[in-house]
Design a protein around this ligand. Structure first.
Ligand SMILES: Cc1cc2nc3c(=O)[nH]c(=O)nc-3n(C[C@H](O)[C@H](O)[C@H](O)COP(=O)(O)OP(=O)(O)OC[C@H]3O[C@@H](n4cnc5c(N)ncnc54)[C@H](O)[C@@H]3O)c2cc1C
Ligand code: FES
Ligand code: FES
Length: 1406
């Protein structure tokens, strides 16, 4: 194979080529692209902005709303689709998953794209993946679900029968905030060759592209019609495959032309049969279009489709032409086919802002680059896709994606192994597999990655570090003079000016088998994350003498912009004898001095990065000097944590069969619709005539005063229509979106009127024809500020400045704490703990759609509180409530985060709609959502506890400070914290005081278990501290203090039916606690650098019922007996609608499929409270049962007369007798005046964690939960809630950290790049859930108990288990004489864990 550099001719030759290319380009360049979505051909010319994403096209063009969008950053995976393209490296057609949000539409030329609609639907039958995900209960809110389906589909296309490990490795790029992943992984692993599932099994190759017959539930082989459709589709597919392959190999040949033409013909036949294309057509037909770009786009796609039918052959003939040039508004998109045409384009546009486009994934990180005049897509430049294997090196073309590179490295590695040659490629492969996600790696090129590092030297590139460590060289083509050069990676980043240049290849050289390589990547979470720190160490060593031969390579990423190689240490090590312990120490000391991390708010502290950098090298040295190791204890330093395949067990008793389908375990009724993408969310509602898109403009800093707002630049941008601010609030309206009647809320402005309270406050809303235009324009609104103060952000800031909200809080005193502390027999400890804010991270961002109508306004909002939205809108536009109709179809998650923010958004959008008299949809992007929407309240607590020698706690004093931000709204959460501080422990004496810090940041919003989550954390801190002071195992101390029946709790309630001691005892036995504690102790003794911890966490959770109650209206249709239910609860993934349907089906004794629960509207369900607090499902079920009772009573006379008649006959007779078959009821909870807690939920968990002391990395080995959910209304859904809440909770305890800019007060990490909720490999490796047997709850709905929020509290166990490991490590690895109890801080990140160990440099002995 020729070397790439030799392909580049001398200058004279090239000028000839350029000329030829020029002629070729001008003569034949295509002006449009062709691609297929679910088999339908689209031809697109210059109608769209050249930066439009495939995702926007899919959703707004053919209107396929199953593909979701959330982050636009490649970080969440809900936008995943698969693409089939010719792979120029492997010369075959490949199908794989990509993030459609990052993919430019214009790079899709010739692609075949499959969206979730292309797999299956309720009408045609679901695809096996959709079906299994639904059956395995793998969906809650369903917003992530289509992305999960498509990611799996992509995997099955690549590996028809993957292993469980391959399945698990595939999902790093898909975030689910609801389920906790276990059921999703179980569903997907059921397709694996080594599946352990009884309900799954591999899928036949020929069935992969088939859906299941809706009648038979098997692949549609029986059903003739489906079969013939499928056959057509497959025929088209295979012809397409042939033609695409032909295209890739013979781009210029006539043969390809004719094959293409054939494929189109076949495809068009298939299209006419295919149900999903019908769906697309139907949806489009419903879409009303107008003089907007949206309308243009839809009109165009219709036109595109008709072209597909009319000009079949023609469009394909065009398609195989060599170049592509699309021009729009002086911007150009090129797609050259060879290096010379590329050169010409770059040369001709030397004075323009030019962007080479490869995978385009870097826009997920560096979003604000540009604008660009010229885009040059490299995906067809043939010379960039070669791989040359030479005797001493291998050259990889720059067009190789990371996935291609990984595959090629593996192939070559295998080849070399068989030739008995040493090769290090497998280690590089393992490192590259840690970059981003499968979807990102499938399109991201290694060259693009290196260019990102080149342009942003602070970027901790995972291509740069390993490649620099092994001495790779990058080859560069200069389009100015046609020369080709190569350089080391350091030189490339430090000194090569890349203007007018293109990376063409990466050369990896052969190493001897004396070379030892080790690569590291330390991340804030287990996968799909940038590196806090990465490192590559290469040493050439005489293995027997341990003598360093030549200069080693010591490379770090994440230290500073300038530091790449540790050059001094590298030079010093040359020739050194590593058996010499003093020498070894000297080397480490030198490195220690050489590493100087810079401070950066986004990164962990310089201290951590410094220590870990040294420790990583220490690990490497331990490995190198393996045979010389003095102690086995040191062995544990060499290795990394290994994560086996995860598994879960779920157990519950089958009960209440007489009440079925109530109490029957079943997945959500809409699970399959969510998996097929047919479930609709607010942003999926079709676009309307004259609809405008809105984008919020926020303050960039605060507190300050707005001097001037200048929107002229924004308004001058194409498509921008208006800018709405507080000036546009009508005379009758009010600039306040809150109501005092709602929990005594203080006013908050819809649009800032001048005084800025915090960064992220809404100033106005930009309106444009498309969302992209509106979002871009919002960035252009210039705001000038005066009187800017450095913001108070933390509790410490507020304390220092004595800045507090006055809520009139007085200390709560229980028993006699003062006297108890005087008891001389008691020991005391005191300490502190704190919890930082947490972002709810629901997958569906806030959206509002406001549609003016003749006598009012329709509002579609993502709110869990429709009433609040109605009030906010009516107040904003100054109209009565009956002018505003709010509908909430369903929510893509909420967790408490869709309250005030959603109301603010709805009010702002309504004002825009009111002023323009046009429908306005404001789909808030993730970055804006994280800025303006309130987060979970940060809390700090200082405590003092008195206890006896046994560990029995007699008294606790706590001072709480809650950081409320600029407003005290929702700060009453403090009462919930106070009332849950006891959690699972009986402590007779308490002194609890509280303050509300007033800071300059957005107000807080409650988040799942708003009070009990921090409360549990605080009391666990106290009790673990007590155990530590007594040198006892915390499990022992906790058991001693557990609540029992008859105890009076912190709220004065005498506990009855307290199942806590029983749960504790059962779990202690089933989880084998005694033995495991012994094993851990032994493990910790023999391993210096790995430690384990285990703890048990009990909880008593007070479930309260919102006083407003919930309404339910049921209508029975007399002619067919089906039932429609409207009720006051919002479905947001918790399964409320399913439980209501189960209740109705049970009460009427009808099949559940006859019941439909309708989306909530304020017309049918007025004056409803917020859906929150775990108990909404139960209360809605109660209302539904009551409503059914009324209807059953009305039908009773007819029933009595016709006892053997069926349901349909009875209702039909009732209809004939004119009996009212519709009823409405509102059930309100009955309270004693001072008691809103209706009953207690009890549970215990066990968490076991392993820690790498040198890096702080950790993993959750096992979690057991025994949960009392009474007689669960639906055990499958409840187990899903328990798992989901636990995993969400552990995110807050270990991973998720919100970073504020200390100067401006804005949230810095407002996206998926550096805000890290848990992914599939952050969950417990072994996750066991059991519902407590025989535990009916007399106070609950049909003996059930709530379980949506309580499990969050249990998750603090992971933090304390980890902290125990840290405490043990501290004893072992630090030089402190008296080892302090490390302060519990949430999140206890890898940084906190590692720094908590206090590793002393002197202990690093090789
Ligand atoms: C969600 C996500 C997670 C990620 N995680 C990681 C991670 O863990 N570790 C890590 O190291 N990286 C990570 N990345 C970064 C990713 O690896 C890079 O974005 C990607 O490799 C860039 O390649 P691309 O083909 O997409 O380049 P593009 O985005 O298309 O281009 C990037 C830059 O390179 C230029 N360019 C592209 N090709 C050439 C060429 N041949 N010659 C000259 N210039 C060229 C472009 O003009 C542009 O300036 C992540 C990215 C995302 C979106
Ligand atoms: S929307 Fe594409 S990855 Fe998040
Ligand atoms: S079900 Fe996955 S995000 Fe809601």
């Amino acid at each position: 194979m020729r070397r790439l550099s030799r392909n580049v001719k001398n200058q004279t030759d090239q000028s000839h080529d350029v000329e030829t290319a020029k002629t070729e380009e001008h003569e034949t360049a295509l002006k449009s692209i062709n691609f297929w979505i679910n088999g339908t051909l689209y031809t697109v010319g210059p109608e769209y902005d050249l930066t439009i994403s495939l995702n926007t096209f899919i959703r707004d063009g053919p209107g396929l709303k199953g593909t979701k969008v959330m982050c636009h950053e490649g970080g969440c995976g809900c936008c995943t689709v698969t693409v089939t393209i010719p792979d120029l490296v492997f010369h075959k057609e490949k199908t794989f998953a990509i993030n459609s949000c990052l993919c430019p539409l214009y790079s899709c030329d010739g692609w075949q794209i499959t969206t979730v609609e292309g797999l299956g639907s309720q009408r045609t039958g679901f695809h096996p993946i959709q079906d299994r995900l639904a059956r395995f209960n793998g969906t809650q809110c369903g917003y992530c679900t289509p992305g999960m389906v498509m990611t799996m589909y992509g995997l099955l296309q690549e590996h028809r029968i993957p292993t469980r490990q391959e399945v698990e490795d595939n999902f790093g790029g898909n975030i689910c905030r609801c389920t906790g992943y276990r059921p999703i992984l179980d569903a997907m692993k059921s397709f694996a060759s080594d599946t352990t599932s009884q309900n799954g099994g591999c899928i036949d190759i020929e069935d992969l592209n088939k859906h299941l017959c809706p009648n038979a539930g098997k692949p549609c082989t029986q059903c003739e019609k489906a079969h013939s459709q499928q056959a057509h589709s497959q025929q088209a597919h295979s012809q397409m495959a042939q033609s695409l392959q032909a295209y890739s190999q013979q781009a210029h040949s006539q043969q390809a032309h004719s094959q293409m033409a054939q494929s189109v013909q076949a495809q068009s036949q298939a299209n006419s049969q295919q149900p999903h294309s019908q769906l697309a057509h139907t949806q489009l037909a419903h879409t009303q279009t107008a003089n907007s770009q949206q309308a243009q786009s839809q009109a165009h796609s219709q036109q595109a489709r008709s072209q597909a039918h009319v000009k079949k052959g023609e469009s394909h003939a065009k398609h195989v032409c060599p170049g592509l040039h699309i021009e729009r508004h002086e911007q150009h998109w090129y797609q050259p086919h060879n290096l010379q045409t590329l050169r010409k384009i770059i040369q001709e546009n030397a004075d323009k802002r030019l962007r080479l486009v490869a995978g385009n994934t870097s826009v997920g990180i560096y979003k604000n680059e540009g604008p660009f005049d010229i885009f040059v897509n490299l995906c067809r430049v043939r010379e960039l896709f070669t791989v040359e294997v030479n005797p001493h090196s291998v050259m990889f073309g720059s067009g190789l994606t990371l996935t291609n590179l990984i595959t090629k490295l593996k192939d070559i590695d295998e080849m070399k192994q068989t030739n008995n040659e040493h090769c290090y490629f497998s280690q590089i492969v393992e490192h590259l597999k840690k970059i981003g996600s499968v979807q990102v790696r499938n399109v991201a090129t290694w060259a693009g990655n290196l260019m990102v590092k080149h342009d942003h030297p602070e970027f901790p590139s995972d291509v740069f570090t390993p490649m620099a460590a092994v001495g790779a060289k990058v080859h560069i083509f200069d389009t100015k003079d046609g020369s080709s050069t190569s350089s080391t990676l350091s030189d490339f980043v430090n000194s090569v000016d890349m203007t007018g240049k293109v990376i063409t290849g990466l050369e990896l050289f052969q190493l001897t088998n004396k070379h030892k390589l080790r690569l590291f990547k330390i991340m804030p979470r287990s996968q799909n994350s940038y590196a806090y720190l990465n490192a590559g160490f290469l040493i050439n060593i005489d293995a027997w003498k341990l003598q360093v031969l030549g200069k080693p390579s010591i490379v770090f990423g994440g230290i500073s912009e300038s530091m790449m190689h540790a050059e001094k240490t590298e030079s010093y090590m040359k020739g050194k004898d590593l058996t010499d312990a003093i020498m070894m120490k000297h080397i480490l000391e030198l490195l220690r001095r050489e590493i100087k991390p810079t401070k950066n708010e986004r990164q962990p502290s310089p201290e951590y990065r410094h220590d870990v950098a040294v420790h990583l090298f220490f690990k490497f040295m331990l490995e190198i000097c393996d045979k010389q190791l003095k102690t086995h204890k040191n062995d544990s330093g060499k290795t990394d944590l290994l994560r086996p395949i995860s598994s879960g067990r779920q157990a519950y008793d089958i009960i209440g069969e007489e009440e079925w389908p109530l109490k029957q375990g079943m997945p959500k009724l809409t699970a399959a619709l969510q998996a097929s993408g047919e479930a609709r969310y607010v942003n999926d509602l079709p676009h309307l005539s004259y609809e405008l898109a809105g984008s919020l403009v926020l303050t960039a800093l605060g507190p300050a005063v707005i001097e001037k707002i200048d929107a002229s630049a924004a308004l001058a941008l194409p498509g921008v229509v208006d800018f709405i601010t507080e000036e546009h609030i009508p005379r009758t309206g009010v600039n306040n979106y809150l109501r005092k009647e709602h929990f005594d809320m203080k006013p908050e402005e819809i649009f800032c009127s001048g005084t800025v309270l915090y960064a992220g406050q809404v100033v106005g809303i930009i309106l444009a024809e498309t969302q992209a235009q509106a979002d871009a324009a919002a960035q252009e609104v210039e705001i000038e500020y005066t009187d800017f103060y450095c913001p108070l952000l933390s509790i410490a800031d507020a304390v220092e400045e004595r800045s507090f909200h006055d809520l009139g809080l007085t200390p709560i005193i229980i028993g006699n704490p003062a006297a108890a502390f005087k008891d001389a027999k008691l020991k005391t400890i005191s300490g502190e703990c704190s919890m930082e804010p947490l972002y709810h991270f629901y997958m569906e961002n806030n959206v509002a759609l406001c549609v003016p109508k003749e006598d009012g306004m329709d509002v579609y909002a993502t709110s869990q509180w429709p009433d609040q939205v109605q009030a906010a809108v009516s107040q904003a536009i100054g109209k009565p409530f009956n002018y505003v109709d709010v509908t909430i179809p369903r929510l893509g998650g909420a967790f408490g985060g869709k309250l005030n923010g959603a109301a603010n958004l709805a009010a702002a959008t309504a004002l825009a709609a009111y002023k323009t008299e046009r429908p306005v949809r404001c789909n808030v992007n993730l970055n804006t959502n994280m800025q303006f929407n309130g987060l979970r309240f940060p809390i700090s607590a200082t405590y003092k506890a008195g206890f006896d020698q046994s560990g029995k706690i007699n008294v606790v004093e706590v001072e709480l400070i809650l950081n409320a931000g600029h407003t005290p709204n929702f700060a009453s959460t403090i009462h919930e914290i106070q009332s849950h501080l006891d959690s699972g422990y009986f402590i007779p004496n308490w002194h609890i005081s509280a303050k509300i810090a007033k800071t300059d940041r957005q107000g807080g919003q409650p988040m799942r278990a708003p009070g009990p989550y921090p409360a549990g954390f605080i009391i666990e801190s106290v009790i673990e501290h007590v155990a530590r002071a007594l040198d006892k195992n915390p499990v022992e101390v906790k058991e001693l203090n557990l609540y029992r029946d008859g105890h009076t709790d912190i709220n004065g309630t005498i506990l009855k039916n307290c199942t806590l001691p029983r749960i504790w005892k059962e779990l202690k036995k089933s989880a084998d606690i005694r033995k495991r504690i012994g094993d851990i102790s032994l493990f910790n003794k023999v391993n210096q650098w790995k430690k384990k911890g285990l703890t048990m966490t009990p909880e008593k959770y007070g479930v309260f019922f919102l006083p407003s109650g919930y309404q339910c209206q049921i209508s029975i249709y007399a002619l067919d007996g089906t039932v429609s239910v409207s009720q006051g609860g919002v479905e947001m993934g918790q399964g409320l609608f399913t439980k209501v349907a189960q209740a109705v089906a049970h009460s009427f004794q009808i099949p559940i499929k006859m019941v439909k629960v309708k989306p909530l509207t304020t017309q049918t369900s007025p004056n409803q409270g917020v859906t929150a607090g775990s108990s909404s499902s139960e209360m809605c079920v109660e209302s539904a049962l009551k409503c059914c009772e009324i209807l059953n009573e009305r039908m009773k006379p007819v029933r009595n007369k016709n006892q053997s008649a069926t349901w349909t006959t009875i209702v039909s007779m009732c209809g004939q007798e004119n009996i009212d078959l519709s009823a409405q009821v509102k059930v309100k909870p009955q309270f004693k005046a001072d008691q809103i807690i209706k009953y207690h939920s009890y549970a215990v968990s066990v968490a076991e964690v392993e820690l790498d002391v040198l890096t702080g990395e950790n993993q959750i080995l096992r979690v057991d939960i025994l949960f009392d959910s009474g007689e669960s209304l639906n055990p499958e859904i409840d187990i899903g809630q328990i798992e989901g809440a636990y995993v969400m909770g552990l995110g807050g305890y270990l991973l998720e950290k919100v970073i504020y800019d200390p100067d401006t007060g804005s949230v810095i990490n407002n996206g998926t790049w550096d805000y890290k909720p848990p992914t599939t490999k952050d969950i417990p490796i072994d996750f066991r859930i059991k519902l407590l047997s025989l535990s009916p709850n007399p106070a609950g709905t049909r003996s059930s108990k709530a379980c949506g929020e309580p499990p969050m509290v249990l998750s603090s166990g992971v933090l304390f288990a980890l902290k125990q490991a840290v405490d043990v490590a501290r004893k072992d690895c630090s030089l402190e004489k008296h080892v302090e109890f490390v302060t519990p801080v949430a999140p206890f990140t890898v940084e906190k864990a590692q720094q908590g160990c206090g590793v002393c440099f002197d202990k690093l002995i090789v």
